[in-house]
Design a protein around this ligand. Sequence first.
Ligand SMILES: Cc1cc2nc3c(=O)[nH]c(=O)nc-3n(C[C@H](O)[C@H](O)[C@H](O)COP(=O)(O)OP(=O)(O)OC[C@H]3O[C@@H](n4cnc5c(N)ncnc54)[C@H](O)[C@@H]3O)c2cc1C
Length: 518
Amino acid sequence: MHTDTSALENGTTLEADLCIVGAGAAGISMALEWIDSPLKVLLLEGGGFEFEPAMQDLYRGAIVGQPYFPLQAARLHYFGGTTGHWAGFCSTYDAIDFETRAWVPHSGWPIRREELDPFYARAHHLLDLGPYEYDAADWSRRDPELVPLPLDERVVWTKMWQFSPPTRFGTKYREAIVSARNVHLYTHANVCEVEANESLTAVQGLRVRTLGGKEIRVRARSYVLACCSIQNARLLLASNRQASAGLGNAHDVVGRYFMEHIEMPSGELVLAQPETAKMEMYAFEWGRTKARGELALGAQVQREHRLLNGTASLEPGAPDDQVKSTFQFLTPQVLDAMRKWDQAGRKGPPPIPQPLMDSAAAAAPPRFFHLMTRQEQAPNPDSRVTLSAEKDALGMPRAKLDWRMTELDKRSIRTFYQLLGRELGRSGTGRVQIREWLLDDDRTWPSSISGGWHHMGTTRMHTDPRQGVVDANCRVHGLGNLYVAGSSVYPTAGAANPTLTLVALSLRLSDHLKTTLA
Ligand SMILES: Cc1cc2nc3c(=O)[nH]c(=O)nc-3n(C[C@H](O)[C@H](O)[C@H](O)COP(=O)(O)OP(=O)(O)OC[C@H]3O[C@@H](n4cnc5c(N)ncnc54)[C@H](O)[C@@H]3O)c2cc1C
């Protein structure tokens, strides 16, 4: 069922068993799980079915730390969420990402990597990925052309990635949600406040506003916030009438530990023997590639050298290219063009910037590759989302992002590239030149530093309420019926892109709620 909230009477109260706030990758993955269950589920989406500039403007916010993408371009505010323009690159997190690592302050998840396996497999279907196989040997068996480089896997291994078409959740799952008997989608339903009971031990309602000035209330037995990292934190912080620091924030953790993936070109590889080198496994072509390998740092050397996790993709090119990372090309204008191309049925070539098309289309065996880093950022309490003094059109304080790096981030990339260079040289693959900025001291970063448009942290998972906002079941500490879905719960960022893992965690949360709400 679907209702546009603007059509409701002012002051209406909606009631349900479960209320999911936000219809992006996390919220829709969860809502689909409840179709035909005996329970009544509300899915509240702030936007409509299409992009609306006034709605998108609610995401505008201040950036005070490391320069970052404009917040209103970094996430989409309508049904389907940011899957309306995500790129679809997926891989699983590694076992080491979940461990407490003595050299990475605040590391360690309260769950183990193996626990996610069944949920990863289910998430694959939702994201239209291939078989749930991430071992390079499996892909070599499928296609003998895909041969991993002969590297010492303890140092550098071939980590496989898969590519979603990319699945646009708003397009693909709209009919299933709208026609569901027991799941009721409300669009233009912006949640502006979470209201707790007097003792602040449970949520008793949500305050929802429309741009037309209506206000409605929602009551449910359990609530899930699935608005993505910046908005999840903003909503909890802005719910500060009953608790001055915001709900779920008794220990000042909400909004902290905001993390990105550091994604930028960091070196170049020149192959020793380009004519005979087998590089197909590492090649990528937009819209065609099903799986490819990246060069990833082995867990053993991460431990030995006290490093963060990182991988490097190989992008064929020329030494004098003004190369940027893939995602630096994705300016708001390019994203808009891609969205329109997608909505118009993907006729003709995708509106990808020319340099990327050129490298994808290179015909001769390439000799030269740019090495693109994807590295986890160390969890840092000072890297955070707070509220700005400015309010949006619904009267909610805007978000303020203070993204910060640490010396460990820089040292990790540099050492990764030194180890990568040594290993590619030792194996006879070729020579690596490390970018100059990486050889500077650990505190300085180039102005071109870039994230991957991935937002993680801000409501991190930890068994101790003083160190985390949610527990191992994604329930907000201290509030019996409030949960969070999405990458805001990640205690550490891993090196892989976040969406596959956040969909897996959303399915896990649905399973958990099915037992508590039964
Ligand atoms: C350019 C780009 C490329 C990307 N490429 C990749 C990639 O290749 N691989 C990858 O893994 N990830 C990628 N991502 C990240 C990916 O898009 C996100 O990880 C994913 O969309 C997050 O899902 P989510 O449901 O948590 O948030 P979103 O998809 O952002 O959905 C949140 C939903 O909540 C709604 N909402 C927000 N606030 C409220 C409110 N107060 N009330 C009601 N509703 C609200 C929003 O309208 C939205 O529908 C990319 C992102 C961008 C921008």
